[in-house]
Design a protein around this ligand. Structure first.
Ligand SMILES: [Zn+2]
Length: 478
């Protein structure tokens, strides 16, 4: 039996119909809609010779027994953010469903293959991402904090997850699911503009960025906007403004995909008639290399102190959250590269700005790799992600079986890449690409900001250079 990617697209549409509305996907974890999606998934796999199990963290596991007990895991998440896109997370799951269908039709596989639908990857309801995968990885250590979490309606997390059979104290018992895992594979939409800007349908993910997230507070003196001379002010916003501009230079100097963002500044008293007394900045810095990330943080701190002195204000730092970079398995990266070249002719290695369940599995010591599928305009957490193009493009997409039916990598599409997703081997053809309505007009001219052209030429000249060199130009989500 051949893989039937058209069926996967049809099933993604079916899921969208069942669990979405005019604003997008509504499969927020621990809601009735999410439960409906999970039941739907169970029905899709019913009838195949699979063992189904739900673990202590509400992750769903389907197991196809092979000659070896060692298992290859394929993962994804069917939950979405509110008003989410139709591919984020569920593309992974439904691609895995199709792989299981095919393997189940053949002779008993050499190795056991398991599909996992992780519970609550997005953390949309309680603000805690990677719930199920961190439990299975054994890295969930914030149970005390989780006990105090409430959703927007005031419902406590333990009660809500309890209704779905999860006892927080026992959630990490899901750890046994990773015993005997030889490899973990995850397909995901890129959620960034890199592959689209390169005209490539697929890429291999090197790992996930390390993140340093801090609140930087400048403190000056409130003073009347009319009566305080310009050379006699202690303006906290001046320090914040200088820092915002400086972190862009820090990222640029660091390179290799470095990103720094001031995502918000709150000023007080925040009225038009007063010099700003306090400016609280939210700073997010990301890099695939731990040392470079640490250096970026040190540079930002040094700069903030310099600006504080220049403006005669004070500055104070507080860590909000941080995570180290997580690098995927080198042998699996090579293998994935080979598979992508077989399907698309050319591969590209890139880091992931957003975190994914794969990062948790990798942290648990299971050799892990991810494949990215091109995203249209780099959008994902929005109904705009693909629905603007999808109905027309999906209709015009001709899926085909690839030349070697027996190949383990034998799924690919022919025809216009359906907007960035479900990549096409021919996506590089301008003629074919233009078949996607409005596509060229919608492409972001600033996909890489000022580095756009340099990025492309450097990377394409040496697509096989390892990780760091060609690493890490991506944007971020989480
Ligand atoms: Zn996702």
């Amino acid at each position: 039996m051949a893989l039937d990617p058209a069926r996967t697209v049809a099933e993604l549409r079916e899921l969208q119909e069942l669990t979405g509305d005019e604003n997008g996907a509504q499969r927020v974890a621990w809601t009735d809609t999410w439960v409906r999606a999970r039941e739907w998934l169970r029905e899709k796999l019913a009838g195949l010779p699979l063992e189904l199990e739900e673990d202590e963290a509400a992750n769903q596991w389907w197991t196809l027994r092979g000659d070896s007990e060692r298992s290859v895991l394929i993962g994804g998440h069917i939950d979405s953010v509110p008003n989410g896109g139709w591919l984020d997370g569920c593309l992974n799951v439904l691609a895995g469903v199709e792989v299981l269908r095919r393997l189940a039709e053949e002779r008993r596989p050499a190795t056991t293959v398991r599909l996992v639908n992780w519970a609550d990857e997005e953390g949309a309801r309680f603000g805690r991402s990677l719930f199920g995968s961190s439990a299975a990885a054994g890295s969930m250590a914030d149970q005390d904090e989780l006990r105090d979490r409430r959703d927007a309606e005031g419902n406590a997390l333990p009660e809500v997850v309890g209704r779905h059979g999860v006892d927080l104290d026992r959630a990490t018992e899901a750890r046994r699911q990773l015993e005997g895992a030889a490899a973990y594979l995850e397909l995901h939409i890129e959620q960034g503009p890199v592959l689209e800007s390169l005209g490539l349908p697929l890429g291999v993910v090197l790992g996930t960025f390390g993140v340093e997230r801090h609140q930087v507070t400048f403190r000056g003196q409130a003073a009347h906007a009319g009566s305080t001379p310009m050379d006699n002010r202690r303006d906290a916003l001046a320090g914040a403004a200088k820092l915002e501009l400086e972190i862009r230079e820090i990222a640029k100097r660091t390179g290799e995909g470095a990103v720094c963002t001031v995502g918000g500044v709150v000023t007080k008293p925040g009225i038009v008639t007063s010099v700003v007394e306090t400016a609280e900045c939210l700073l997010d810095q990301r890099h695939l290399d731990a040392e470079r990330l640490a250096a970026m943080l040190a540079q930002a701190k040094e700069a903030s102190e310099r600006f504080a002195a220049e403006e005669d204000v004070e500055v104070e730092w507080g860590r909000i959250w941080s995570i180290e970079p997580i690098l995927f398995d080198e042998a699996l990266i090579e293998l994935a590269d080979e598979a992508v070249r077989e399907v698309a002719g050319q591969s590209h290695r890139l880091p992931s700005g957003p975190l994914h369940d794969a990062a948790e599995v990798s942290r648990a010591g299971v050799p892990t790799v991810m494949l990215f599928v091109q995203s249209l305009r780099g959008l994902s957490h929005t109904k705009l992600s693909p629905s603007t193009w999808s109905s027309r493009c999906a209709r015009s997409t001709r899926w085909r079986r690839r030349r070697s039916p027996g190949s383990p990598h034998s799924w690919g599409a022919e025809g216009p890449a359906p907007g960035g997703s479900l990549g096409s081997a021919r996506a590089r053809s301008p003629r074919r690409r233009s078949a996607c309505p409005g596509r060229s007009a919608r492409r972001s001219p600033s996909a890489h900001g000022r580095g756009s052209s340099g990025y492309r030429s450097r990377c394409c000249r040496s697509p096989r250079r390892t990780g760091r060199s060609c690493a890490s130009r991506d944007t971020s989500r989480r």
